[in-house]
Write a protein that binds this ligand. Structure first.
Ligand SMILES: Nc1nc2c(ncn2[C@@H]2O[C@H](COP(=O)(O)OP(=O)(O)O)[C@@H](O)[C@H]2O)c(=O)[nH]1
Ligand SMILES: [Mg+2]
Length: 235
């Protein structure tokens, strides 16, 4: 597993870019494009999980790129993510702003460690989403940054959800990608094609990236991760 994380994105998202708060669909689109790029940039990546400013990339157990030099992996992946995200920022008209990423390797020695890892990141996504909505709800009522932070620090997740509910936001109804992030994995797709030599109809299979923005919770999520682990261990 390699986790790629936006460097100083608190400043970037709060000061440098005119983004919608707490979640901006354009920021989400940039993270999705970056995750897609990482899945295709020369590693045997089987799963990407993106939430907030981070992307966790599950690589095949037999990944042999650069003679398994982990330093090379993290520098290449951080570089590819930074290049892709920054090019996307420019395309969206965000001027000279750059988005740089760091990367670290997390060795996950067993199937259940991988499942626990993704559950941990998904819990982080959910906690952040509730916290961010609650923060901007208070700010929207004229509370200053310090006071809003202080108020929320004293609250647990359930209390924050209640605070939102009283203000007309039902956490259950928030978009899945905000609460649980995005998952990307490969699916085999059958496609009708014609043999160019004989003109015969044939079925070709090809690999396509599936992007899921409504990831399940609990056991179905664990099952989805286990299926990716099986792939990461396949020949
Ligand atoms: N406005 C906005 N901010 C976001 C969005 N997604 C993530 N962020 C911010 O990105 C930052 C990521 O935090 P973190 O990695 O812990 O801190 P960093 O060290 O400053 O990158 C947080 O401040 C989030 O509020 C988004 O969709 N919109
Ligand atoms: Mg960051």
């Amino acid at each position: 597993m390699v986790r790629i994380d936006g460097r100083g994105f608190t400043r970037l998202t709060k000061e440098a870019l005119p983004l919608e708060r707490p979640f901006d669909p354009r920021f989400r689109a940039l993270m999705e494009a970056t995750a897609r790029h990482l899945m295709r940039c020369g590693f045997r990546a089987v799963f990407a999980y993106a939430q907030s400013d981070e992307i966790s990339l599950l690589l095949h157990r037999g990944e042999s790129a650069y003679g398994r030099s982990l330093r090379k992996w993290v520098s290449v992946l951080a570089g590819e993510a930074s290049a892709c995200f920054s090019a996307g920022l420019r395309e969206l008209g965000f001027g000279e702003a750059l988005g740089a990423f760091d990367a670290r390797v997390c060795p996950l020695p067993a199937e259940e460690t991988v499942v626990d890892y993704f559950r941990w990141r998904a819990r982080d996504a959910f906690r952040n989403a509730v916290g961010a909505h609650a923060y901007w709800a208070l700010r929207g009522e004229g509370m200053d940054a310090r006071e809003a932070t202080r108020r929320l620090e004293a609250m647990g997740n359930a209390e924050r959800q209640e605070l939102l509910f009283r203000r007309g936001t039902n956490v259950d109804a928030l978009p899945g990608w905000q609460k649980r992030g995005l998952g990307l994995w490969w699916v085999e797709e059958a496609r009708q094609a014609t043999n160019p030599k004989t003109g015969e109809a044939v079925t070709a299979t090809r690999r396509r990236l599936r992007v899921e923005e409504a990831l399940p919770r609990g056991e179905p999520f664990a099952k989805l991760v286990r299926a990716r682990v099986a792939e990461a261990r396949s020949m």
